[in-house]
Design a protein around this ligand. Structure first.
Ligand code: URA
Length: 279
């Protein structure tokens, strides 16, 4: 038993020192600095080093003229994008392209900053969204917030919108003629914010964006291409179950399926998969 325990201690010790040496080599940190700490926390040292790097390369570093111009251009583009998104939102609020416009309390154009990595697109506003004019604020929305948080992101960091911008009575399914009238708003929004990835929540969003009739069970779990315009390059789209469906079928299997889809999204974006979100 002792032999096993001692071998284990040896193994752990050797592994740890290989880690220390590797870190010193990669981060170009003198070995003595790391060894000085009696209880070495490699992750902590690495994190501090990264934070220092970010500090110096971020706000503090002196930017070249080219860098400054590029930054100015980005700011101008972002300003234009904000104005364009506001224009679309005002058009949505004034829209009477279909009868839903006369039935709504509030239209729900969608919410986001203009530069986002992920756009979540749902089906249509429900009662809470219709009352507040904001997307995904009811029970299904609270669950979406939890999913976004489990991904290590904040709601304000993503786009959240819907295929239909007004609530269908009694939350019935969107009708094809309503989708046809409303889709140009969503298409324009996606063209402006240019997300890296679109997450289509549920069958209606996935089928509409992908122009297919396939069931969500067949569409989810893999990446598809969404074409924002004839000449624009495709945007990757991950289809997954709608959070309202999850609430109705709150099983281990359905939650795991959505989490696996979101893990694929994070991996595609090169983002870490938070431990607390893992099953
Ligand atoms: N369901 C949706 O599809 N969208 C919302 O905004 C809320 C619930």
């Amino acid at each position: 038993m002792n032999v096993v325990r001692e071998s284990l201690f040896w193994y752990v010790g050797v592994k740890r020192w290989v880690g220390v040496l590797f870190y010193c080599l990669v981060a170009n940190v003198p070995l003595e600095l790391v060894v000085m700490e009696e209880e070495i926390d490699i992750k902590k040292v690495a994190r501090q080093h990264l934070e220092m790097d970010k500090f110096f390369a971020g706000d503090f570093a002196i930017k070249s003229e080219e860098g400054r111009l590029e930054e100015q251009n980005l700011q101008v583009e972002a300003g234009e994008a904000v104005r364009e998104m506001e224009r679309i939102a005002s058009e949505v609020r004034a829209c009477r392209r279909c009868p839903l416009g006369d039935l709504r309390t509030n239209a729900v154009p969608g919410e986001s900053k203009v530069q986002v990595l992920i756009a979540f697109v749902g089906e249509a506003p429900g009662a809470d969204e219709n009352a507040q004019g904001r997307p995904f604020v009811g029970r299904a929305g609270k669950l979406l917030d939890k999913i976004i948080a489990a991904m290590g992101l904040k709601r304000e960091e993503v786009f959240i919108g819907n295929i239909l911008k007004c609530r269908p009575p009694e939350n019935r399914d969107p009708r094809p003629e309503e989708i046809v009238k409303c889709m140009p708003f969503t298409q324009e929004q996606l063209e402006i914010i240019k997300p890296e990835i679109i997450v289509a929540l549920g069958a209606h969003a996935a089928r509409t964006l992908l122009d297919t009739n396939k069931p969500i069970g067949q569409l989810r779990g893999k990446f598809h291409d969404y074409y924002p315009g004839a000449l624009a390059k495709p945007i990757k789209l991950m289809a997954t179950y709608h959070t309202a469906y999850l609430l109705r079928n709150y099983s281990e299997a359905s939650r795991r399926a959505v989490w696996e889809d979101m893990q694929q999204v994070l991996t595609e974006l090169g983002l870490p998969i938070p431990e607390h979100g893992r099953k």
